[in-house]
Design a protein around this ligand. Structure first.
Ligand code: CTP
Ligand code: MG
Length: 244
């Protein structure tokens, strides 16, 4: 049979919302906190809904699936959410659940649901980057000087800032590559310590290079209470909020 040339590649966004938001120190998990009339997770879902991705997998806390289906997916009419699946203890467990649910995709984007300020342009660049390089993550050059400190809290050394980037999401990969990397991670439990992003899994478990592309200084992760205020400012400026 003839292979179809330039067949469109199926793109899935895995949106992570299975964390406990402990650094936020609120009763309600941070992904459900109200920001100008919408739950925080709404903003990331909305950005992907309006993008060219074919489908989304929403990864939520165990037991929160039905709530998310009803109160978020149905209530706000997200059409691209193909599945709501329970995540796991650490972020990388949640990603693995999302990857299993995204079987059959050509390209996957993995996104922190706690990054509401992601834009259509960033999503597009990440998809293009994954298509071109197989592994592409969004980030920005660091603005502060970073010091490596020892156990006593004394400065040990100061790495050259011009080579340092802070990493954001989405992180976009060929499905085959990221699935293989995660399968290996779960076969070799000794590698699981200190895994904080998906690029690390590719760096550790494969020889594939990971390309960094510029996201935006506004694409912040809402982690502590002041981040919610800052995200609100950016979203209002972007015309994304509904109440005001
Ligand atoms: N996440 C997840 N599953 C986990 C842990 C985190 O899906 N077991 C998600 C979070 O919901 C968030 C993203 O990964 O969207 C980034 O994680 P982080 O900012 O650390 O969120 P939390 O783990 O919820 O917060 P904290 O670390 O303060 O508890
Ligand atoms: Mg966390």
């Amino acid at each position: 049979m003839m292979q179809e040339k330039n067949a469109r590649r199926a793109v899935t966004a895995i949106v992570l919302a299975a964390g406990k938001g402990s650094r936020m120190e609120t009763q309600v998990h941070k992904q459900y906190l109200d920001l100008d009339g919408r739950p925080l997770i709404w903003y990331a879902l909305s950005a992907f809904e309006q993008s060219s991705v074919d489908q989304m997998i929403l990864v939520t806390g165990t037991g929160e699936e039905e709530f998310c289906r009803r109160e978020i997916v149905e209530r706000y009419g997200f059409k691209k959410v193909a599945a709501v699946v329970p995540g796991g203890r650490e972020r990388y467990h949640s990603v693995y659940e999302g990857l299993k649910a995204a079987e059959g995709s050509d390209v996957v984007l993995i996104h922190d649901g706690a990054r509401p300020c992601v834009t259509g342009e960033i999503i597009r660049d990440a998809i293009d980057g994954a298509a071109a390089c197989g592994a592409c993550v969004v980030g920005m050059p660091v603005k502060d000087t970073i010091k490596i400190v020892d156990d006593q809290g004394d400065a040990d050394h100061t790495p050259d800032r011009s080579h340092m980037w802070m990493v954001q999401t989405p992180q976009a990969f060929s499905y085959e590559l990221i699935r293989k990397a995660y399968d290996r991670l779960f076969e070799e439990a000794s590698h699981q310590r200190g895994i904080t992003d998906d690029a690390m899994v590719v760096e550790t478990m494969t020889r594939h290079k990971v390309r960094l592309i510029k996201g935006s200084y506004q694409n912040i992760k809402v982690t502590t209470p002041e981040d919610l205020e800052i995200a609100g400012i950016f979203l209002r400026k972007m015309g994304k909020t509904v109440d005001i």
